[in-house]
Design a binder for this molecule. Structure first.
Ligand SMILES: Nc1nc2c(c(=O)[nH]1)N=C([C@H](O)[C@H](O)COP(=O)(O)OP(=O)(O)OP(=O)(O)O)CN2
Length: 363
């Protein structure tokens, strides 16, 4: 089992750009102002001047420095073709920090690109639909056996063959392919849609995959988020699910340099538990989101409204040590667990991955 500890940080910027090479009727062809979100993921390596607990800040400072010339600028003055994919490649070149794993650029909230260290580019586009469903195979006392509904979010991922191609055109293609599925799913009861008689997140992701893959061989992933705290990603082979929880805690970083004013402070942490497992043949899911929450509860109770340094067995309260501690406490109860993300702040996080979890699908 190879562990990877990956640091993540995000920042926003506002910029102008136009993409002249796009077709004449394309909305991104003429000059327009846009808010962009950039996230980077990197593994600390030689050349990081940092200490345990400050890796996120080190990465955030490197990203801020890289994005500084872009904020408020006309991107066409910086890059010859400032499409999302070209921008991600530019950031990868400029970021003055070794260990870069991947970059995610979002133009607006609902589409963008992911560039990984192998140079692979994936376009993503997120959609939403409002539907009812119920899960017919759960035990009688399970609340999801009752008719209820969600604002489902679906994110489609597709590989782009060349760094010169326009992510914007693939995003349009994803929109066109999604339209008939939206017509079938939106404002419906999913159980009445053929093939979705047991509409778990996992079944829905596989159903969307089966519908889109023949027309889009470049399709690389389907992400379904049923609620704000739970979701599933399917890549044609594996289902990976996650459940998020939040806890409030204090920490003291004993290893902080003495001049560092943050020796004892606190965070509203977000923790995301990922599992990869085969589908249960009866229930049609991997592991019940509710079971993840239930099995994590005794650990949650030890974290929430506590000083982390008082946890027996926790060597230091930085995110890296805390993630290893949580895994050691939880893995016996949830053997399919293969990744844990911890966000001390909304802009900085750490992911501990092992087993099936692939670092290239970190976003
Ligand atoms: N592996 C799966 N587990 C569960 C699924 C599923 O599709 N796959 N679905 C459900 C329910 O439909 C439920 O609506 C969602 O579950 P849950 O995350 O527990 O929802 P909550 O609103 O209770 O979330 P909290 O944020 O924890 O309050 C159940 N399991």
């Amino acid at each position: 089992m190879t562990d990877r500890l990956l640091y993540l940080t995000g920042a926003g910027l506002a910029a102008m750009r136009h993409l002249e090479a796009l077709p004449s009727d394309h909305r991104a062809r003429s000059l327009r102002a846009q808010c962009l979100q950039v996230w980077v993921c990197a593994e600390p390596s030689e050349g990081w001047d940092t200490w345990p607990g400050a890796e996120g800040d080190t990465l955030a400072a490197a990203l801020a420095c890289c994005l500084e010339p872009l904020d408020g600028a006309d991107l066409n003055g910086v890059l010859p073709i400032p499409g999302d994919a070209q921008l991600a490649c530019w950031i990868a070149e400029q970021l003055a920090l070794p260990g870069l794993e991947s970059i995610r650029v979002g133009s607006g909230r609902d589409q963008g690109v992911v560039l990984d260290r192998a140079g692979r580019i994936q376009i993503w586009r997120r959609f939403r639909f409002e539907s009812a469903h119920w899960l017919p195979r759960v035990p009688p006392d399970h609340p999801c056996g009752r008719l209820h509904g969600h604002g489902f979010r679906v994110c489609l991922y597709a590989e782009q063959s060349s760094a010169d191609a326009f992510a914007e055109l693939m995003a349009d293609r994803l929109g066109a392919l999604w339209a008939p599925l939206y017509a079938e799913l939106h404002h419906r009861c999913l159980n009445e849609v053929p093939g979705l008689e047991n509409p778990t997140s996992e079944q829905l992701a596989a159903w969307i995959w089966a519908r889109l893959k023949p027309d889009l061989p470049a399709l690389s992933g389907i992400q379904v988020e049923e609620t704000a705290t739970a979701g599933c990603r399917f890549d044609g082979q594996h289902h990976r699910i996650w459940k998020e929880l939040r806890f409030e805690a204090a920490l003291c970083l004993d290893q902080a340099p003495t001049q560092d004013g943050r020796r004892c402070y606190g965070h509203s942490y977000l923790i995301r538990l990922h599992l990869t497992a085969p589908l249960d043949p009866v229930l049609g899911w991997t592991v019940d989101y509710r079971d993840i929450k239930r099995l994590f509860k005794p650990i949650y109770d030890r974290l929430d409204h506590h000083l982390l340094n008082e946890l027996p067995g926790l060597a230091a309260a930085d995110p890296g040590h805390l993630l290893h501690w949580v895994r050691a406490e939880l893995i016996g109860r949830l053997p399919a667990l293969d990744r844990i993300d911890l966000y001390p702040t909304p802009e900085t996080g750490v992911a501990l991955c092992w087993g099936e979890a692939k670092a290239e699908n970190i976003w």
